[in-house]
Write a protein that binds this ligand. Structure first.
Ligand code: 1GP
Length: 246
C-alpha cells in the first residue's frame, strides 16, 4: 500500500502533490534525455503512465524502458485492461463512477483482476469522475459516457460520496486530456467537502494560476499531461493565449 499511503500522507500533511502523466506511446529511448530533464525540472511526486491505443507487447517494453530511466514511483493509469505491466509500483484500479457504462464499472475489472494479482501490483481502488471540460475528449468518446456537467458541483459531490460509501480509496476528477477548461474550483470544493478521500485532479491544467486554484479548492494531487509533453518537445508553448508554466 505504499502509493496509497503516499496519497494519504499528501492529504494529511496538506502537502500539495504533482503527478506527471506520460503516454508511453509518445516517448522512445531517443526522447528519454529530454523527458528526464523535464522531469527533473518538474519535480513530481509520482509519474502516471497511461493513455493511448498501444499494443500490449509494446506497452510492456516501453514501460520497462521508462522504469529503467526514471527514479520515481510509477503508477499505471490504464486506458484498458490490456495496459497492465509488472514494471510499475501501483495501478489505479479505476471505476468510472461518473458514467453508466457497466464495462467501466465492473466488466474490465473482472478481466484485469487475475492479472493484477499475478503481477502482485498495488491496486488503488479509485473513483474516476469525468467532468465536462468544455469539449469532447478522448476519455468521454472512448468510454462512451457523458461527463458530469461543469456547473453541477452537487452531482459531483453526490457521486464522490457514493464512491466513498462503496469503499473506494481515492477520487480522480478529470476534465480529460487537453481539456479547454480544467475542473472548476466549485466542483473541487464540493467534492472536497463531501468526502475525506485523497483527491486527484487533472485535465487541462497548464498554468501556475490553474495549479494554485486546484490546490486551493482542495486537490491533493494534480495531474499534468499535455503541458508537460509540450515542455519535453521544447515548447514554451503558447496555448489559448496562456504560456504553459509546467
Ligand atoms: C488526463 O488528467 C490527465 O487524464 C491530464 O490531462 O493532458 O490535459 O494535462 P492534460
Amino acid at each position: 500500500v505504499q502509493i496509497l499511503d503516499q496519497l494519504l500522507t499528501l492529504k494529511r500533511e496538506q502537502r500539495k502533490g504533482i503527478a506527471i502523466l506520460i503516454d508511453p506511446d509518445k516517448v522512445d529511448e531517443q526522447s528519454h534525455p529530454a523527458l528526464l530533464r523535464s522531469l527533473e525540472a518538474a519535480q513530481p511526486d509520482l509519474v502516471f503512465i497511461g493513455g493511448s491505443l498501444i499494443t500490449q507487447e509494446r506497452f510492456d517494453a516501453k514501460v520497462k524502458a521508462l522504469r529503467q530511466a526514471i527514479d520515481l514511483p510509477l503508477v499505471l493509469f490504464p486506458g484498458s485492461p490490456t495496459q497492465l505491466t509488472r514494471h510499475v509500483d501501483a495501478v489505479l484500479f479505476l471505476s468510472l463512477i461518473s458514467g453508466r457504462n457497466p464495462e467501466l464499472l465492473i466488466g474490465h475489472h473482472v478481466t484485469a483482476a487475475p492479472r493484477v494479482r499475478e503481477l502482485g501490483l498495488e491496486a488503488i481502488a479509485t473513483g474516476y469522475m469525468l467532468i465536462d471540460g468544455g469539449m469532447p475528449t478522448t476519455a468521454s468518446y472512448i468510454s462512451n459516457t457523458l461527463p458530469i456537467p461543469r456547473d453541477k458541483p452537487e452531482i459531483a459531490a453526490a457521486t464522490a460520496m457514493a464512491g466513498e460509501l462503496l469503499g473506494l480509496r481515492a477520487l480522480y476528477l478529470d476534465a480529460g486530456s487537453g481539456a479547454a477548461l480544467p475542473v472548476s474550483s466549485e466542483t473541487i470544493e464540493a467534492v472536497r467537502k463531501a468526502t475525506d478521500l485523497p483527491l486527484i485532479v487533472g485535465g487541462g491544467i497548464r498554468t501556475k494560476a490553474q495549479k494554485a486554484a486546484a490546490y486551493e479548492a482542495g486537490a491533493d494531487l494534480i495531474v499534468i499531461g499535455t503541458a508537460f509533453e509540450e515542455a519535453v518537445a521544447g515548447g514554451k508553448s503558447e496555448v489559448r493565449g496562456q504560456r504553459s508554466e509546467v
